[in-house]
Design a protein around this ligand. Structure first.
Ligand code: PLP
Length: 222
């Protein structure tokens, strides 16, 4: 893979669409992440806490580290001090823990709420109804060290592009619905994290502001 060129191509494609690029570096060695960094990439995403922590100590401080995978409450403490965005907040319990750890380290931690949009069984993500309930909870409004900056979703892994598009559209509808409603000051719909290597062009067309791209930049994972 020509990582440098891949990064450049993504930046050229995404910048005019005002869409950011999270380079998903999970399982990839520091040397390859460095290549992306040297090509100007600054946002990197990992889906495992331990790997995220280890890699964060080995790259320059101006890297913004995104936790894109499912996050267990008992692991928030390891990333609270440096994580720049948690993409997959999906329960009140987890948000409470993020708030608690944010308080401890004196940071307001930025989060996205993960919504289950795919026609696939996974344990993760809020249903639209759960999402709407969560953003209306006083307990969330009272969190001083959590800022909810948007939504994240993963479409079904299918060649059916119409289905993928409908799922992204559905997430955008929820995003717009929350944007248009009266929310507390710690909820602000700015980022819509959707799109991966296989479906990012559709996601961008449907209003993504952050794509999470791994294999199309770094090559296939084992
Ligand atoms: C691995 C992963 C990605 C990137 O997947 P690619 O298909 O390699 O682009 C995006 N989002 C999440 C949550 C992931 O775990």
């Amino acid at each position: 893979m020509d990582i440098k060129n891949n990064i450049k191509q993504f930046h050229d494609y995404l910048n005019p669409n005002s869409c950011g690029l999270v380079a998903v570096s999970k399982t990839k060695p520091i040397s390859l992440i460095r290549e992306a960094y040297d090509a100007g990439q600054r946002l990197f995403g990992e889906n495992k806490v331990q790997e995220l922590v280890e890699k964060s100590t080995q790259l320059p401080d101006d890297v913004e580290w995104h936790m894109i995978g499912h996050l267990q409450s008992n692991k928030v403490k390891y990333i609270a001090r440096f994580v720049s965005l948690i993409h997959a907040a999906d329960s009140l319990k987890l948000l409470k823990e993020i708030n608690k750890q944010g308080k401890k380290v004196g940071r307001v931690i930025h989060c996205l709420l993960q919504v289950h949009i795919a026609q696939e069984d996974t344990k993760f993500g809020l249903s639209p109804q759960e999402l709407m309930e969560l953003v209306g909870l006083p307990a969330v409004a009272e969190m001083t060290h959590v800022k909810i900056l948007g939504l994240m979703g993963m479409a079904t892994n299918t060649p059916n592009e119409d289905q993928v598009r409908e799922e992204f559209k559905g997430l955008k509808v929820l995003f717009d619905q929350i944007s248009a409603s009266a929310t507390p000051s710690n909820i602000e719909m700015k980022e819509l994290s959707m799109g991966m290597s296989g479906d990012y062009p559709i996601a961008v067309q449907e209003g993504s502001t952050l794509v999470r791209v791994g294999s199309a930049i770094f090559g296939a994972r084992n």
